[in-house]
Design a binder for this molecule. Sequence first.
Ligand SMILES: [Zn+2]
Length: 289
Amino acid sequence: MKKSGFTLVELLVVISIIAILLAVLMPALSKAKLQASAIICLTDVKTLSTAWFMYVGDNNGKIVGAHTWLSGPDSKAKKKNNFNVDATAVYSDSKQNLLTNWVELPQAEDGTRKDNRPHKDHEILGIQRGLLFPYVGKKIDVFHCPMDKRLLQDKKRDYGGYRSYSIAGCMDGYYFAGLRVVKKHSQIPQPSYKYVFVEEYWKSDTDGFGWNSQAWQLNPTGDSWTDPLSVAHGNKSILGFADAHGEAIRWKDKRTIAYSKDKGANSEYRNQPDNPDLKFMQERWTVLK
Ligand SMILES: [Zn+2]
């Protein structure tokens, strides 16, 4: 009488076939995942760039502030959201003008600053109280790239690193390298050429931040990076431009990617003479004439 069921050899053959199929499919799957994440990220950056551009239209050509470190709750937003101005907030100038920023500092419900290794919820609250939040349809996901894994890596501590995008410091960020910042859209030559948003996954354990605390900075002359870009979609990063379009940029120099992996931890990798990617970013940095 013939026994029903599989022999051991048959089982082993089936298992090996499955293993081979998986080995063949996995690279294709991870590539598809990478491409999907780039599409989501590009959509995020386009949404943010459009929001940034709409803000200009609603504010007589003024661009939204990007000096997120020196920020305090904006008076209008304060009235609208009914939260307290933090007594320790730092204001932009000697006239004690309240700042107006695209995102505010990580904060507690009562507006108290929580910028030193903030909890994710404090960072999210700061984003929600920023001036661009209404312009993105109040969708918090827009501020986070799916490839930004800082929160997962720090799950036990659950601090900071939610917002994956920063604004270039030249776009009403803060004075850097002796250069003045642009305050009005009309001061930007060739808006379709000049970037506003970059991907940045700052995560230095030594500086107490672990989140993108300031604008993304660059010296438009010289051979050095200042802040690292994040290169999370293969060898590409997504940039958002001053005419509200977004683009995936493929980097050419391995040193760009190496510095990105460093996430700002060590400054020794900054000096990169003849890096075409650095030149690319320097040419597209807006310098006020
Ligand atoms: Zn991304």
